[in-house]
Design a protein around this ligand. Structure first.
Ligand code: GDP
Length: 459
């Protein structure tokens, strides 16, 4: 039983139309009654029904402060499952801070990160994967990423994992019964049923695991390096993607001396772009430092846009770059197509085996943005994501899903190796444990602490 009543600013600090301070806990109503006075003397906070609002003022140290609207939620029909009062005053630090102070003086405790959502979890209002979705939704940069988090908040992932859990639980109990009570007439599990169930569950988990990268890309953005020898059009491409002249574009080789960082939404995918100083050798000390950093960025990037001058023959540096892109998530951009006098000037054969995709465009033409957006979406798999299917949305969930899949793999190998059914049963139990960790049904305090430590205060 939670006996404290917490309060925090639920809106971003700073200037804004309104600021909302949220109270949650057993004393939410009495504290609100001490802080807030309705305009209408016949109304009382203590009698306010859930889902109603009152207009009035908040008070601090006996003084009437800002105009305030109080919104009431009665337990258990609130976000946290407790009594909740949301007080809205005018936005801006002074009034909002005064309101928080008034609540603290009236007996509320300041909320920790994610404490409202944590209470919702403890009160059974939401599951752990949904709690994580709340945070993803707040943090999502792009529209499709937000849709993904919203679907998760609805419980899409929990349902998907739930189906696997119930298939495996049926299997595990059958195996246990058969192993533990051989003298009872437990019908033996048909081999095909056992094998099919294991294979289907493993396949489902593999799909979730494989989809993690695309979902993470949509939510958190993809670190992207734009690379290529000087003058191929990297800065022009960056400006096209960013929509304004962020990098200095000049016709002189070697002018981009440092890394330029730019966050852009390309279609539905947020990209963190780095235009690099090029990867060539140089005598210039400042440029050498830029190149050292470029090399590091190149190694770290999750996506590489390797730019080539598609209107001229490839140079040695181009060939070296292509070689370095082998095995990476890399797209070859054959730029300056508008200058192309006859096809085949650029030796495309040298790109073979080095890139996941090749696109031809002119970075000077606005339509090139869409061409590149399509290629990026296809490569990252974001084009085919169904936000309603349920997806893994944190490293924690990914690790649990991988553990479950590995345990099922073990189970299938035990089957193939002719081991006893109880060995198979142990592996299935391990897989179930991992899935319960994932959904939070058996997650320890430590895991829950870790999840909520990433939350913002006020949610
Ligand atoms: P970087 O050194 O790779 O960053 O190359 P820049 O973006 O600075 O471009 C070098 C030169 O090529 C500039 O004069 C650009 O205007 C020009 N350029 C870049 N992209 C294109 C293109 O698609 N078509 C044409 N015609 N010129 C381009």
């Amino acid at each position: 039983m939670i006996d404290t009543t917490i309060c925090a600013l639920a809106t971003p600090p700073g200037e804004g139309g309104i600021a909302v301070v949220r109270l949650s806990g057993p004393e939410a109503y009495p504290i609100a009654a001490r802080v807030f006075a309705p305009i209408d003397p016949n109304k009382s906070v203590m009698d306010a029904r859930g889902y109603t609002a009152l207009f009035g003022h908040y008070r601090l140290d006996g003084r009437q402060m800002d105009e305030t609207v109080a919104l009431f939620f009665r337990a258990p029909r609130s976000y946290t499952g407790e009594d909740v009062v949301e007080l809205s005053c005018h936005g801006g630090r002074a009034m909002a801070d005064g309101l928080i102070q008034a609540c603290l003086k009236a007996g509320a405790a300041p909320a920790g990160p994610g404490e409202f959502t944590r209470r919702a979890l403890l009160n059974g209002r939401i599951g752990l994967t949904q709690a994580e979705a709340v945070m993803e939704l707040i943090g999502a940069a792009g529209r499709q990423g937000a849709a993904l988090a919203a679907a998760q908040l609805e419980g899409a992932l929990a349902r998907r994992i739930g189906r696997i859990q119930s298939d495996l639980t049926a299997l595990a109990s059958h195996l246990a019964a058969w192993v533990d009570f051989p003298e009872e007439d437990v019908p033996q599990l048909e081999d095909t049923v056992l094998d099919d169930t294991l294979a289907a569950a493993q396949q489902e988990l593999t799909e979730l695991i494989d989809g993690y990268g695309a979902g993470a890309a949509l939510r958190g953005g993809v670190d992207t390096a734009i690379v290529g020898r000087p003058n191929v059009g990297k800065s022009t491409l960056l400006n096209l993607l960013a929509g304004f002249d962020r990098a200095i574009v000049t016709p002189v080789a070697g002018t981009t001396r440092d890394l330029v960082e730019q966050a852009v939404n390309l279609g539905d995918v947020p990209l963190n772009l780095w235009d690099t100083a090029g990867l060539r050798d140089t005598e210039d000390i400042v440029e050498a430092e830029g190149i050292r950093r470029s090399n590091r960025k190149f190694e770290e990037a999750s996506l590489i846009l390797a730019v080539f001058d598609g209107s001229a023959p490839a140079e040695a540096e181009d060939r070296e770059l292509a070689g370095r892109c082998r095995g990476r998530q890399a797209i070859a951009v054959l730029n300056k197509q508008d200058l192309l006098e006859h096809p085949g000037v650029f030796d495309e054969a040298m790109l073979e085996g080095c890139f996941k995709a090749v696109v031809k465009l002119s970075a000077m033409a606005p339509e090139a943005r869409q061409t590149l957006a399509d290629a990026v979406a296809a490569l990252l798999g974001t084009a085919s994501i169904d936000p309603n299917a349920g997806a893994l949305c944190s490293q924690r969930q990914l690790a649990a899903a991988v553990a479950a899949r590995d345990a099922l793999d073990e189970a299938r190998r035990a089957r193939a190796g002719g081991f006893d059914l109880d060995a198979v049963g142990v592996c299935v139990d391990d897989a179930l444990d991992a899935l319960y960790q994932l959904t939070g049904e058996s997650a320890g305090e430590a895991v829950i602490d870790q999840v909520f430590s990433r939350f913002c205060v006020g949610k």
